[in-house]
Design a binder for this molecule. Structure first.
Ligand SMILES: Cc1ncc(COP(=O)(O)O)c(C=O)c1O
Length: 458
């Protein structure tokens, strides 16, 4: 985590200042914070104090914009409410670390060594493995703004985010309840790794509450699902999962990779933690491997401590690339939503296609839920062409490749790639068969994609 950085939603500059003073009293970590950032909804306020002497009695110069130095030597930057920050993208674009020399884009801090200020805890040492360089801080502020959470933390991959999160929340003897249909790597972690740490795993159908009560145990601690599952595009019954989790005192963790925060912000629904393979939509350009978790300062701080030991931290170069990708996330996802919906409608009416799975289609079993919660239905769809080999060999635009969420369309047979390590009997019982084709819709013109898919089926 980019600790010490605090991102807090408040309504006005005065409220931000009051909140900050209160925070200094309540949260010891805030006393050593170099950056406190307030997402005002209507303005962006940054309080930056460098080389904080012991506990700063921050005396703000009043809510006047500009850079000030207070009597304790804190550099305090106040940004005026020059514009309205309502949407997550606006917030993400305007919540990076304060500008250096006026540069609009944050620099990449490649340094692995940072001069020590006052060190009260291990996390006060700025070091890339601790994910607290200014480059990480800037990325984490943008990630938290997008997911609408108090804190966020980046990782070297989506699997690093998922494994570090689960290993920080679960101990030997604990039990995890998870959706039966998950990304193949996550299934592998649950099946092959967690039991070796003494962590039990139970599987449920996340689309219907039937069977959940029977699967929970006294030692169950965490409930883990994907908002939209990979590769079947099932829509989890998120509201029932949340009330079930709350009634049993479980921490709720959701993988929001397929939707991205543009289509759903699960923390706003009530999920405790949101994980991502940032390699997909968040990065968006198929050139960075990364992961993320977003949630409360307390929970993300806990995961951050585990990350210190497991070490799956994102390199600053990749952190910078990821932050760059985030800036265009909404533009890309909006276009991918539109193209995927048109392709799904076209494919579902085509005689050479036996089944199309896309939450935006009325016939999808999770359609009503998706309409209720999602801003858009996403850029992922799955289909069963009557002749999958012919379809795949005739497609011209989508590249046959694993991964997803980039600007270029990709197509793959999950049974032979992302899910090939899932035991065959389980794969087949779930419907992940050799005729299931997964399409990641890119940012090409919709008409070009429609024409390509049409000629591949003709
Ligand atoms: C839904 C989902 N979660 C997590 C992951 C793992 O992410 P990564 O490959 O970045 O480790 C993937 C990868 O495809 C995925 O599709």
């Amino acid at each position: 985590m980019s600790e010490p950085t605090f991102t807090l939603p408040v309504r006005s500059l005065d409220a931000a200042v009051a909140f900050y003073r209160e925070l200094l009293d309540r949260e010891p970590a805030a006393r050593t914070a170099k950056t406190a950032r307030f997402d005002l909804g209507e303005a962006s306020l940054c309080l930056v104090h460098t080389q904080a002497p012991s506990p700063p009695s921050l005396s703000l110069p009043g809510p006047r914009p500009g850079t000030h130095v207070d009597p304790d030597g804190h550099v305090v930057e106040l940004r005026a409410p020059t514009r309205t920050l309502r949407g997550p993208t606006t917030a993400a674009l305007h919540t990076g670390v304060p500008r250096t020399a006026g540069a609009v884009v944050s620099p990449i801090h490649r340094s692995t060594v940072f001069e020590l200020g006052e060190v009260k805890s291990y996390g006060d040492i700025v070091y890339p493995r601790l994910a607290n360089t200014p480059t990480h801080a800037s990325l984490h502020a943008a990630l938290a703004a997008l997911e609408g959470t108090a804190a966020a933390l980046s990782f070297a991959s989506g699997m690093a985010a998922i494994s570090t999160t689960l290993l920080s929340l679960l101990r030997s003897g604990d039990h995890l309840l998870a959706a039966r249909t998950l990304y193949g790597g996550t299934s592998g972690l649950l099946r092959e790794e967690l039991p070796a740490y003494g962590i039990g795993v139970g599987l449920i159908d996340a689309t219907t509450p039937e069977g959940w009560a029977a699967a929970v145990r006294p030692e169950t601690r965490v409930l883990y699902v994907e908002t939209v599952s990979n590769p079947l595009l099932d829509v989890a019954d998120l509201e029932s999962l949340l009330s079930f989790g709350r009634s049993r005192g479980l921490l709720t963790v959701v993988d929001n990779t397929f939707l991205s925060p543009v289509n759903l912000r699960p923390a706003a629904l009530g999920f405790d933690l949101v994980v991502h393979s940032a390699t997909k939509y968040l990065g968006g350009h198929s050139d960075v491997c990364a992961g993320a978790v977003a949630g409360s300062t307390e929970l993300v701080g806990r995961i951050w401590k585990t990350q210190h030991h497991l070490g799956g931290t994102l390199d600053p170069q990749a952190a910078w690339l990821l932050e760059r990708g985030l800036k265009t996330l909404a533009l890309r996802v909006d276009r991918q939503n539109q193209s995927a919906l048109r392709l799904a409608r076209f494919l579902s009416a085509h005689p050479a296609v036996r089944e199309v799975r896309y939450p935006g289609l009325r016939q999808h079993p999770g359609h009503d839920r998706a309409r209720r919660w999602f801003r858009g239905f996403g850029g992922m769809l799955a289909l069963r062409p009557a002749d999958p080999e012919r379809f795949l060999s005739r497609l011209r635009l989508p590249t046959y490749a694993a991964s997803l969420g980039g600007v270029e369309s990709l197509v793959v047979v999950p049974a032979r790639s992302s899910h090939m390590t899932v035991p065959e009997a389980e794969r087949v019982s779930l419907g992940i068969t050799d005729d299931l084709v997964r399409l990641s819709v890119g940012c090409e013109e919709t008409e070009d994609l429609l024409a390509d898919v049409a000629q591949a089926l003709d």
